[in-house]
Design a protein around this ligand. Structure first.
Ligand code: HH2
Length: 259
């Protein structure tokens, strides 16, 4: 899954069309690099991030989804917590809703996903983006995330939503040890019976391990993606599709050789 971020500063007055074009262009490059899904997001959910209004998010996201679906057959996912954005995005061509709140932020989201028949990503997050990194604590993080998924899947089942992916939400209300425990135990989460998506790309826990700033976390990203896949992840949400894909292909070749 290649990340197409539609960032606020690229939407300052006058630069809008150019920004849509560059986001679409970036997405098409990720598709060329081998992305199987393009994840378009107009709201940063980084720790401490502020909420974005519905209108602003629509303004950022919809033209990019339209542009990508016009120029590419690669399935488009929309990273949003808002039902209106999800609804408009699916009309514009999106086929997957990636809701980092797992249907908890906007109570109309469940109806939109059910009515539009899209696939859904349920991501675990403890707290809200604004405050989630303020001293998160777990008795047993893997069991808590597992229980959370079972609860959210029950909501989906009741609404008739069946095409569901699960994502442990690396960095979303998690300490370093929580992120590591989840990545080590993906198989336990996969045993629930749904495919697992994992997003480690350039995240802070990689900086905590390596001491590297965000722009220098590709090696850490690659290492974490290889391990996540070996532990059972079926999809990896990354900025650097080409580099991660190369690493996966080399690992494939080496493991095939050894077999
Ligand atoms: N991480 C971010 C955003 N959306 N969605 C899923 N399913 N899993 C993730 O791990 C995930 C996600 C990270 O936050 P953001 O601030 O949007 O940064 P970026 O999109 O550049 O990764």
């Amino acid at each position: 899954m290649g990340i197409v971020n539609v960032t606020p500063d690229s939407f300052s007055d006058g630069g809008r069309l150019q920004s849509v074009e560059s986001a679409v262009e970036h997405g098409l490059l990720l598709a060329e690099d081998g992305a199987d899904v393009l994840d378009v997001g107009g709201e940063s959910t980084r720790p401490g991030a502020q909420d974005v209004s519905v209108d602003e998010e629509l303004r950022r996201v919809i033209p990019v989804v339209e542009g990508l679906s016009r120029h590419s057959d690669v399935p488009i996912s929309v990273d949003t917590r808002k039902a209106v954005v999800a609804d408009e995005a699916t009309r514009a061509g999106a086929r997957i809703i990636n809701d980092v709140s797992a249907l908890r932020y906007d109570r109309r989201m469940v109806d939109v996903v059910a009515a539009r028949g899209t696939a859904l990503v349920l991501m675990h997050m403890k707290g809200e983006p604004g405050t989630m990194q303020d001293d998160p604590r777990y008795a047993d993080v893997v069991s808590e995330v597992e229980a959370f998924f079972r609860d959210r899947l029950a909501v989906c089942a009741e609404a008739g939503i069946t095409d569901v992916w699960l994502d442990p939400g690396i960095g979303f209300g998690k300490r370093l040890e929580d992120n590591l425990a989840l990545l080590r135990n993906i198989e336990r989460l996969a045993a629930i019976g749904r495919p697992i998506l994992v997003g480690t790309s350039r995240k802070r826990f990689l900086g905590a391990i390596t001491g590297r700033e965000v722009g220098e976390r590709l090696p850490g990203t690659i290492a974490s993606c290889l391990v996540a896949r070996r532990n059972g992840a079926r999809m990896l949400r990354v900025h650097d599709v080409r580099a991660v894909r190369d690493a996966l292909l080399v690992e494939d070749a080496l493991l095939a050789e050894a077999a």
